[in-house]
Design a protein around this ligand. Sequence first.
Ligand code: K1U
Ligand code: ZN
Length: 171
Amino acid sequence: MALRSILVAPDPRLKQVSQPVERVDDALRGLMDDMLATMYAAPGIGLAAIQMGVPKRVIVMDIAREGEPPEPRYFVNPEILWTAEETALCQEGCLSVPDLYEDVERPISVKVRYLDYHGAQHEIEADGMLAVCLQHEIDHLEGVLFIDHLSKLKRDMMLRKLVKARRQSGS
Ligand code: K1U
Ligand code: ZN
């Protein structure tokens, strides 16, 4: 298992559309292991492969609360089959937009089809944090960041903050 670095906006690779996975094999499981370790180390509650520069439709997630046992989840080729009409605002962050948080409006529940760590197909209906995190991570697979849901004014302000922070840290 290896920790990898996480791309930070406005890195153009984050705007790429990720490609479907053809086979869930040991190589893909190795990628998912690296993603999970990288996500826990960050720390974060979700990560899409493109955030490590790998344009494959793969997501890892663990939304267990502090003090609860870890509950790693793996989503390969996730597809949104249905979204609720009702929407809600939820504060979101992103490891590729470090230290900046904003409210984003999204459907309150979603139905998603995906393959798991072993390649078995599932369909789940998610609400709460799972629904928010799934929509946020599936957006990454389409090259969309949570700041793309905000006004241009807010987005540009956040991008300027990121560029300034990077310049100051010398990275
Ligand atoms: O970069 C990412 O896609 C991961 C992102 C997931 C997410 C968070 C909040 C709403 C929607 C999606 C994060 O994990 S940001 C960091 C974060 O939320 C967190 C970090 C440590 C403990 C608890 C939360
Ligand atoms: Zn993100």
